[in-house]
Design a protein around this ligand. Structure first.
Ligand SMILES: [Zn+2]
Length: 243
């Protein structure tokens, strides 16, 4: 499949292209643009054992960074957080901790929280409970080996976790989802829209997801500094989750 992407003026839709396998003709179809969004209340009610936001009256935001640690990207995030005196929570992929232990240690040394995001960033749906738990165990193990830390925090990659997996994991972990998804990983999304919608959707107690990954580089670098400044100017604090 050959894919080229065009964004429309309204930014809510994009055109995707593929080739017809029979005629070889170029076909296009219109897809809805994935834009930053807040988790619907209904979904939060359907999975009440997960943490979706932190109830508070205070001007506090809970930033989370998924899929690291990655050289350069994680270090960029750490410097930006330090710039405004923010703390955050990093959900790590175990294999990245194995590859980049020195970056992982920097996150801990600079006073942030860390959580488990499975060893290979696996999608829970369609995977046996045993296999999924092994992924979680391996990630815990490497975090312990590299940093000496034990964490109760767990975030399922893509938020895709089966009922059976959740039933077991909630007895061992605090399963952390999110309130605001910035969709920073989608390079088709303009920096402007990513920033404006993410800022508009965030409120006191929001758990906001960014990614310290190579895939999210464009929007992470373009959006995070302004996002931090926007809320810091309004006297918001950025808090971490207790491990
Ligand atoms: Zn992830």
């Amino acid at each position: 499949m050959k894919t080229g992407v065009r964004q429309s003026g309204g930014l809510r839709f994009f055109v995707d292209f593929c080739e017809c396998p029979v005629s070889g003709r170029k076909l296009f179809y219109i897809c809805r643009m994935i834009i930053p969004l807040r988790t619907p209340k209904l979904l939060k009610r359907l999975m009440p054992s997960c943490v979706w936001d932190i109830p508070t009256e205070k001007n506090e935001i809970y930033l989370t960074f998924d899929d690291g640690p990655i050289p350069c990207e994680t270090e960029f995030v750490l410097d930006e957080l330090d710039r405004v005196g923010a703390k955050a929570t990093f959900f790590w992929v175990g294999d990245n901790v194995r590859k980049h232990p020195q970056v992982a240690r920097k996150v801990v040394e600079r006073g942030h929280s860390v959580g488990n995001h499975t060893f290979h960033h696996v999608v829970g749906w369609g995977m046996s409970v045993e296999k999924y738990l092994e992924e979680v165990r391996l990630c815990d193990e490497i975090i312990r080996d590299v940093t000496g830390l034990e964490t109760r925090l767990f975030r399922p990659p893509h938020g895709r976790i089966s009922r059976g997996q959740l039933k077991v994991l909630k007895t061992m972990k605090t399963v952390v989802m999110w309130d605001v998804l910035t969709v920073d990983y989608d390079a088709r999304l303009s920096r402007k829209l990513c920033l404006s919608r993410s800022s508009r959707l965030t409120r006191p107690g929001s758990l906001v997801v960014f990614h310290d990954s190579v895939k999210a580089k464009k929007n992470l670098r373009g959006v995070l500094p302004e996002f931090l400044d926007y809320f810091a100017l309004q006297d918001f604090g950025f808090q971490l989750l207790d491990m």
